[in-house]
Design a binder for this molecule. Structure first.
Ligand code: GLY
Ligand code: MN
Ligand code: MN
Length: 474
């Protein structure tokens, strides 16, 4: 049995290198901890940028202090078990504290930010340990053992505070009445579109982590594993429990690839694993990757289609640079999908006529991509400016989540797809489109589900840095 990748990283790769008889390759190590020296060296500048954004937001909102609440665990109905905790993404943008409920960051421009760090006295659960890591020197940390004790660390003038966070219980607001005001939130959300060098480094690492899982999952697929077993191989490789994944893994064999958000995990392996669509992410300090690959068991027609979609995906990616309108790329993708449909004999006619008749939308019914960051579908994708004006998706493309102009250091996904979704294809029957579709070829493709290829790219002035392909190339 191979050692887990976690073990591998912790031992500097020597164990696996010894097993494989291979020379140790430093590029394969990755430190995801909050002791990573590269992240440590970038963090101070990141925090300075976060503070500058908040200085601006507070001034424009007419407030003197910002209080960010990390969040409160939520109990299931009639139960004493909580749902998995997801920290307020604003809290995570200040410090890599993804698992610290009932805590607060208190910021007054010009002063060192205060972190009210809730460490309950509790012998039932593991409580957060003593603060440690590269981020600790940047805060005035006040450890409290009772949640009510946070009150004394908040600014006395509550009417001059803005609170950012999800408040289910007024007690957690400690009398602050301005909660998530739209002026402030719009400013912060717009700014979050562009990532700092620290955030980019976290996301590069998240991509490497995710790719390690994708490799393990591909291997399990080729060994004939069930979806459930593939998922376990993935989680083992990235060293995430399910709750730590940035979104529910899509592990889809055969026809299941046509369900866009297929998250059932079939326990039984199918008799024949023809195709495998995996859309699975990982995170580092709360920053996500969101990667999709599609594999064919055999060479041949489906493998060729996967290859063709990979070419299409890279052609679209080649058009990305600062200043581009992503809506134009969504529309261009439909033209390219039209060409693929004709080439592969799934449909006939011009690409233009296939768009007009709704054929391309039936095969590719989702958006080309979205902003990525602390949230997989990161905030701010529709924002025209920081005052909250939004830009609608183009007509006929309601699921596109990224309509704002691309700026340098945005991170986004590029994820064209092509599927046999009978619910959508059936809508074409009785219309002009029915005769454009080659139903025999559709019947051939149906048992394979579909194809999606999804990369995560950083926008540059003249192109992209492709986190996903870089990680696969390591
Ligand atoms: N994994 C969800 C998405 O690709 O948007
Ligand atoms: Mn995805
Ligand atoms: Mn995505």
């Amino acid at each position: 049995m191979m050692p887990s990748l976690e073990t591998f990283w912790n031992t500097g790769g020597t164990l696996l290198a010894a097993l494989a008889g291979a020379r140790y390759d430093a590029r394969m190590t990755a430190d995801y901890s909050d002791r990573n020296p590269e992240l440590g060296s970038l963090y101070a500048a990141h925090l300075a940028e976060v503070m500058a954004r908040h200085d601006d937001a507070l001034e424009k909102s007419g407030a003197a202090h910002l209080v960010v609440f990390s969040g409160c665990p939520t109990y299931a109905f009639l139960d004493d078990n909580t749902y998995p905790f997801r920290a307020n993404p604003h809290f995570v943008s200040w410090a890599p504290l993804t698992a610290l409920p009932l805590s607060y960051i208190v910021y007054t421009p010009g002063e060192t930010p205060v972190l009210v760090y809730y460490q309950p006295k509790d012998y039932w659960h593991v409580v957060p340990g003593a603060p440690s890591g590269y981020w600790t020197n940047s805060f005035d940390i006040r450890v409290v053992h009772e949640s009510e004790a946070a009150a004394e660390h908040l600014p006395a003038e509550r009417d001059k505070c803005i609170l950012v966070g999800e408040i289910h219980d007024d007690a957690h607001a400690f009398g602050i009445e301005r909660v998530n005001p739209s002026t402030t939130m719009n400013l912060l959300h717009y700014a979050r579109g562009q990532k700092t060098p620290y955030e980019l480094a976290c996301m590069r690492l998240a991509s490497r982590r995710g790719v390690s899982g994708h490799r393990a999952a591909e291997g399990a697929f080729r060994d004939g594993a069930s979806e459930f077993a593939i998922h376990q191989a993935y989680c083992q490789a990235v060293s995430h429990a399910d709750n730590e994944l940035p979104y529910n893994n899509i592990i889809a064999l055969n026809e299941h690839g046509a369900v866009l958000h297929y998250t059932d995990l079939e326990r039984q392996a199918p008799d024949e694993s023809r195709s495998f669509l995996i859309d699975a992410g990982a995170q580092v300090h709360g920053y996500a990757c969101d990667i999709t690959r599609t594999y064919s068991k055999e060479d041949g027609r489906f493998a060729d289609l996967v290859q063709r979609m990979d070419v299409l995906q890279q052609a679209i990616t080649d058009d990305i640079r600062a200043g581009v309108d992503y809506r134009d790329l969504q529309i261009k993708t439909h033209a390219l999908i039209g060409e693929v449909l004709v080439e592969t004999e799934l449909a006939s006619g011009s690409a233009e006529s296939l768009i007009g008749s709704g054929v391309t939308s039936a095969f590719f019914p989702h958006g080309l991509g979205h902003l990525l960051g602390i949230q997989v579908h990161d905030v701010g994708g529709f924002m025209e400016n920081e005052s909250g004006t939004t830009i609608d998706p183009p007509s006929g493309h309601p699921f596109l989540r990224l309509t704002r102009e691309l700026l340098e250091d945005m991170v986004l996904t590029v994820e064209p797809g092509l599927y046999v979704i009978d619910m959508l294809l059936d809508n074409l029957r009785g219309t002009a489109a029915e005769h454009q579709v080659n139903w025999d070829t559709v019947a051939w493709l149906r048992p394979y589900g579909g194809v999606r290829i999804e990369d995560n790219v950083r926008v540059l002035a003249d192109g992209v840095e492709n986190f996903t392909r870089d990680a696969f190339a390591l």
